[in-house]
Ligand binder design. Structure first.
Ligand code: ADP
Length: 411
């Protein structure tokens, strides 16, 4: 750059002789046309931001600037380069103008005049190119700065938004925990009066307070049935709250899988018989007589599956099976001949509050928590629950649990 300025300074007094400039001036329109053509060609081959309608004007300006320089070589050709960059010309366009100029001068000047004229034109064009490059660097730096600022702004906005989302998530977690604690508390409190209603109703039913008429017996039975449904519902709410707050703790004690299966079977048998369903129990003789685990929760799992099997079966049977699996696991299977579950529904019925029939006219009671609780309990015991089913052909739910036999368990 320093050399360039020196060159320009050294030629400031060396304008072309007037005669030569007149020769060039006489063909000014020819030079404008050459520039215009050259710019159009580069525009066609290079992606440029310049609109084609401006090319003629740019060409005229450029010829004007060049002639001005030839009259009195001044360092403002550097400025001209900056302008060319600002209007959006590419570097290739500027270099092409140089080529067009050289050809033009070779064509319109006497051979001995060409060399000094081209020297001067070369100085002009070097300065233009330098100005062009410098301005482009400035544009690039400005653009980098603009991008950096935009990036910083985005990051700071993003940080604010993240903080807001975190605060919202925290509030949602707190609200959810509050809801779970609230439901747990209410469910617990409601179960006590429900127990009292049930106990007193059963005393009435067993004639503790004197004989009942047929109508009174019927009414008491309905009170008991409805109270049991409410009790089941509140137990499910309580369990779901415990699950959501991570308070579902399992106990470990010895129990007999045979007795457990038989107990659930006998408790549910009256329900099945009331609906005219057959019910069978099969217990694998290979099952150890004493296992270790949370028998209350395993009983709850089996009970939920059997109650569902009866609930969703109108004719046929419900079969309960306790089985051994590869000496490492044992399991419980409940097979029914009921309405069955589609493949799509099988994918979501283990989610809380999900039911195949979610319409308000659904004919079965329940809120869709039974299977979700089964899944949570079985998973907490390192077991698995699965379903096989076909619409209209019944369903089979299978639970497998790791076998933990008591040490002195003898067959
Ligand atoms: P619900 O209280 O609705 O019975 P569950 O969580 O126990 O809730 O079951 C979820 C849904 O899965 C039920 O609403 C029902 O649509 C379907 N389902 C569960 N067990 C059976 C079954 N044995 N046969 C057919 N459908 C069943």
């Amino acid at each position: 750059m320093a050399n360039m300025t020196d060159n320009i300074d050294s030629v400031t007094s060396d304008a072309l002789p007037v005669l030569m400039i007149q020769q060039v001036e006489a063909r000014r329109s020819d030079l404008v046309s050459r520039y215009h053509k050259s710019l159009r060609e580069t525009l066609f081959t290079n992606r440029s931001e310049v609109h084609p309608s401006s090319l003629r004007r740019i060409a005229e300006e450029e010829v004007g600037a060049l002639l001005h320089f030839l009259h009195s070589p001044l360092p403002d050709s550097h400025e001209r380069g900056m302008q060319m960059c600002q209007v959006g010309l590419s570097e290739k366009s500027v270099l092409n103008l140089g080529r067009a100029t050289r050809q033009f001068f070779a064509g319109c000047l006497e051979s001995q005049q060409v060399a000094p004229a081209l020297d001067l034109v070369g100085i002009y064009q070097d300065a233009v190119i330098q100005g062009f490059i410098q301005n482009r660097e400035k544009i690039v730096l400005n653009e980098q700065e603009r991008i950096r600022k935009a990036f910083e702004l985005t990051i700071s906005r993003f940080t604010v938004e993240i903080k807001e989302v975190q605060a919202l998530a925290q509030r949602a977690t707190e609200a959810n925990e509050f809801k779970s604690r609230f439901i747990a508390r209410i469910s617990h409190e409601l179960r006590t009066p429900l127990g009292a209603i049930l106990g007193m109703s059963e005393m009435l039913q067993h004639n503790v307070y004197g004989p009942l008429t047929a109508m009174q017996e019927d009414i008491i039975q309905r009170i008991i049935n409805n109270t049991r449904s409410l009790e089941r519902l509140f137990s499910e709410f309580l369990d779901q709250s415990l699950i959501e707050t991570g308070q579902l703790n399992l106990r470990r004690s010895e129990f007999s899988p045979q007795i457990l299966a038989r107990m659930v079977y006998s408790n549910c048998l009256p329900l099945a018989l009331q609906k005219g369903l057959a019910m069978h129990l099969q217990v694998d003789s290979e099952l150890p007589p004493v296992l270790i685990g949370d028998s209350k929760r395993i009983e709850q799992v089996l009970n939920n599956l059997v109650v569902n099997a009866i609930k969703y079966t109108e004719t046929g049977s419900v079969d309960v099976e306790a089985f051994m699996q590869h000496n490492t696991h044992w399991g419980l299977r409940v097979r029914d001949t009921g309405i069955g579950i589609s493949k799509e529904a099988q994918a979501y019925i283990f989610e809380p509050f999900r039911q195949v029939d979610e319409t308000s006219e659904r004919k079965h009671d329940g809120v869709g928590l039974g299977l979700a609780i089964v899944q949570e309990l079985v998973t907490a015991m390192n077991g698995k629950v699965s379903v096989e089913s076909k619409i209209g052909h019944g369903s089979t739910f299978t639970v497998t649990l790791p076998l933990q036999a008591a040490k002195d368990s003898s067959r």
